[in-house]
Design a protein around this ligand. Sequence first.
Ligand SMILES: [Zn+2]
Length: 284
Amino acid sequence: MLNKLSESIYYLSNQNDKDRPTLGLVCGDQYSLVIDGGNSVQHAQEFLQEISRIDAPPIKYVVITHAHWDHFLGMNEFNATIIVNRLTQQMMNIWRNFSFDDHSLHEYVESNKMSSHCMEIIKNEIPMRNSYQLNDSDISFEGSLELDLGNKVCRIETIRSTHTDDSTIVYIPDEKTIFLGDSPYGTTTNSLFHYKQAMLLPMIEDIQKYDADHFLLGHESICDLDEMDVFWRELTSCNRAVTSTSLDSAITNFEKEHERTPNENEMFFLQAFVNDQRLQLQHK
Ligand SMILES: [Zn+2]
């Protein structure tokens, strides 16, 4: 079911069991813009089906928030102008050279170019995958781009992020709404989930520049300003507490500052920052 945020903004909630991220729709007087292309042909088709039930203007643009497969494998279905930043464009080129037959898929999984979960989704949700090929993007921008959908301006900008180096957000100023993609999340390196300490404060600075009340996240759907503030507060206080590769001393630091034990989220963040310290050590 399509969720309606306002007269011009809709979204399809993320579905974690199927690795489906949140998909967004912004409607102007003349055109619509879609945020993220879906994780498969089927995902995109289901979104299009939902859109056909409302009176939306034609979809002219699809913005891909970053080059993770679950955000773009369905994008061909929209027959629209695909917009990505320069780095996303480069990273997606790898996928343009992929073949999607059984043999190739298994090869990519074995050489760690693709997760086995991704392979399963492709097998189940991309019909005719033997002839499937990811289209080229149409516009690749650097920095930022402004589009007017007809009395509805969208700002498309790259931001610094703890998730990837190619994060794009879509901000709709007169709706005080921002689509963040996965940018506020951590990332996995060498099978270790971690939060890049070096990127956390720059990212928060970049995101807090936008005057927004509604925040849409790739795998959480929607947060209001208070929820985002809690999220930032938990992240920054955990970040402060982690000064070494020891989780124990991070917990001690945390308890000293807050005079309480960390909650479940905070434990998760502390571990992720500790993992980052470990990875930093390995790279020295
Ligand atoms: Zn991602």
